[in-house]
Design a binder for this molecule. Structure first.
Ligand code: 5GP
Ligand code: MN
Length: 339
């Protein structure tokens, strides 16, 4: 995003607008954090009327975030969401870069002819937006929202609400500041957010210390199902719909389970296969360490994508057939995984 584009955006934001902010399906901490951070920033400017719309619901551990009660969920408030999108003068799409990632909202977004601004850190951006701020080296879309506000020369407008929301997404997308995308700049941004009122200890507790007993017990089932394929430096977990049901599964309960496999010594590639009978799919999360690209792996075999070391995908086969397919693909990657 060059100076001309920044000036154009400054121009757009200099008079009151109807602004819609949308994010990807199954929103995570970065999706909700970036949307709400930008929401608070824009609401404080020029009397803008700002609406955040998510394709569907997000996990309970995000339901304390400032402003989250204003979020419209497209799947259970479709009429209102469509009319907000159709009336918008400006639409921000955050934490995704292909309209198909917006779930059932895709058709509505494709139909409207308005100015789109994409802010995102995933690989291979599509070109549906008028202005694109894409940086695959960034830790999170939340960090990009901070830099976006910085480019607009507005860092002094960061309130405790904005700081809190942005902190959440940087923290969750970097695995609490440990993944490779965490740079010294990320830490400087975090320091400034704390200076602007983000209460770091209470944010960590609000996100990570909100487990239910049944969620911890589901984690026990996941660990019990974990399989290691040492010759491929790979570990994977399966969870069937029955196992989820037995543990009163709620959205977000399996968040982070895939990292359990990756925490085993010498493991380079970890996956979790989660049966979703409602959608008739197996949802797959893929993680890696080092050079092995799970983005490519998922694009090539499981209709997904994401980042180099963290991606998602899906399969329409049964749980056992999906695992069988996965195991049959692995030998082709034996050398790469053992490098
Ligand atoms: P998760 O495994 O947590 O669902 O997703 C890991 C990362 O990959 C996230 O950044 C997420 O946005 C991205 N991702 C998940 N599923 C898909 C998908 O189907 N397509 C693409 N392009 N990205 C995905
Ligand atoms: Mn993200």
């Amino acid at each position: 995003m060059n100076t001309n584009e920044i000036n154009e955006i400054k121009g757009l934001l200099s008079s009151s607008k109807k602004i819609v902010i949308v994010t990807h399906k199954n929103p995570d901490g970065d999706a909700v954090g970036s949307s709400l951070g930008l929401y608070h920033y824009l609401t404080g400017l020029c009397n803008h009327k700002v609406t955040v719309i998510t394709p569907n619901d997000y996990p309970d551990f995000l339901k304390w975030m400032p402003g989250q009660e204003t979020i419209i969920k497209y799947d259970n408030n479709t009429k209102k969401a469509i009319s907000k999108i159709e009336e918008a003068d400006l639409i921000f799409t955050l934490d995704f870069n292909h309209l198909s990632r917006s779930g059932d909202m895709e058709n509505t977004l494709k139909k409207v002819k308005t100015t789109f601004i994409m802010i995102d850190h995933h690989q291979q951006p599509d070109n549906y937006a008028t202005h694109i701020y894409s940086d695959t080296g960034m830790s999170s879309t939340c960090q990009m929202i901070y830099h976006f506000i910085e480019k607009l020369n507005d860092l002094d407008r960061i309130t405790p609400e904005i700081a809190t929301c942005i902190y959440v997404g940087i923290m969750t997308d970097t695995g609490s500041f440990r993944f490779r995308s965490t740079t010294s700049t990320t830490h400087q941004v975090i320091a400034n957010l704390i200076n602007h009122g983000a209460d770091n200890t209470s944010i960590h507790e609000s996100i990570y210390d909100m487990n239910t007993l049944s969620r911890i017990q589901l984690q026990g089932v996941a660990l019990n199902n974990l399989k290691v394929l040492s010759e491929y430096k790979t570990a994977f977990i399966t969870l069937s719909q029955k196992e989820l049901d037995q543990h009163h599964f709620k959205k977000g309960d399996t968040e982070g389970f895939v990292n359990l496999g990756l925490s085993i010594k010498d493991i380079k590639f970890a996956l979790i296969f989660i049966e979703n009978k409602g959608e008739g799919i197996i949802k797959i999360s893929l993680r890696s360490k080092g050079d092995f690209s799970v983005n490519e792996f998922s694009r090539n075999h499981f209709e997904g994508g994401g980042h180099h070391n963290a991606a998602g995908g899906r399969s329409n086969l049964s749980l056992s057939d999906t695992v069988e397919k996965f195991i049959s693909i692995l030998p082709a990657y034996k050398n790469v995984l053992n490098q």
